[in-house]
Ligand binder design. Structure first.
Ligand code: ADP
Ligand code: MG
Ligand code: MG
Length: 209
């Protein structure tokens, strides 16, 4: 029911906030190689603020998730704030009927669409899109074509995101700050793709419980 789903969403928020806080210096190291060394601080501050708001996060699931997005927009800034926050906010509409396999796929697709729409990055631009695109496509296919249980589908999506993160290493960045480095961005792992993977890993972890 709604209350159980709300509890699960709040547990996911806490897990993500804790993970991003634990990975703060790692994400900052990645961003210091090809950016401005703030991605760890941005993500951990953003989700930390969301986690502190959990008492205010009431209402239906879509409202709760929408508030996650608006909080990230107001707390994070930079490139990743509007991309993460705005896309979560937009995709939250898909959860109006609660969380099911079907609405989860719709949420994931809407999220990816919005990230691409806002950031104009393609696969191979060396951004979060490189982790997200294979993850969302794998999730959708696993549920809609292969008829796998949502948890199995999510596990496969996490594997796909991980391959996407590794795929960013040899690329030359075409979007965001890293693109200013031109060929010097080659050989470094993209911070935003990495934080996307960490978030997905935590969602899988909470969903497995
Ligand atoms: P900023 O670059 O403003 O300091 P962050 O360091 O928080 O913001 O986030 C950087 C990450 O944002 C990059 O690693 C990349 O994954 C992602 N990013 C940057 N620009 C874009 C874009 N146009 N489309 C998609 N993702 C992007
Ligand atoms: Mg940065
Ligand atoms: Mg910055």
């Amino acid at each position: 029911d709604t209350e159980t789903q709300r509890e699960a969403v709040l547990a996911a928020i806490d897990a993500v906030a804790e993970r991003l806080s634990a990975e703060k210096s790692y994400l900052t190291d990645l961003d210091s190689a090809i950016g401005d060394a703030d991605h760890g601080a941005n993500m951990s501050r953003g989700f930390g603020a969301v986690a502190e708001k959990t008492d205010e996060l009431d209402g239906d699931i879509d409202d709760v998730v929408k508030t996650v997005g608006t909080t990230l927009i107001s707390e994070v800034g930079g490139a990743s704030g509007p991309l993460y926050g705005g896309s979560i906010m937009f995709a939250s509409q898909e959860l109006e009927g609660g969380i099911t396999a079907e609405t989860s796929v719709a949420f994931a697709e809407a999220y990816l669409d919005k990230v691409q729409d806002r950031g104009d990055a393609q696969i191979g631009s060396k951004t979060m899109v490189d982790a997200l695109t294979p993850a969302v496509h794998t999730f959708k296919k696993s549920i809609e074509q292969d008829d796998l249980p949502p948890l199995t589908a999510l596990a496969k999506a996490v594997d796909a995101a991980e391959r996407g993160v590794n795929f960013t290493v040899p690329l030359k960045a075409k979007k965001g700050r890293a693109s200013y480095l031109d060929w010097r961005s080659v050989g470094h792992q993209d911070p935003g793709a990495t934080s996307t993977l960490f978030i997905m890993e935590e969602l899988l972890d909470v969903a497995s419980e």
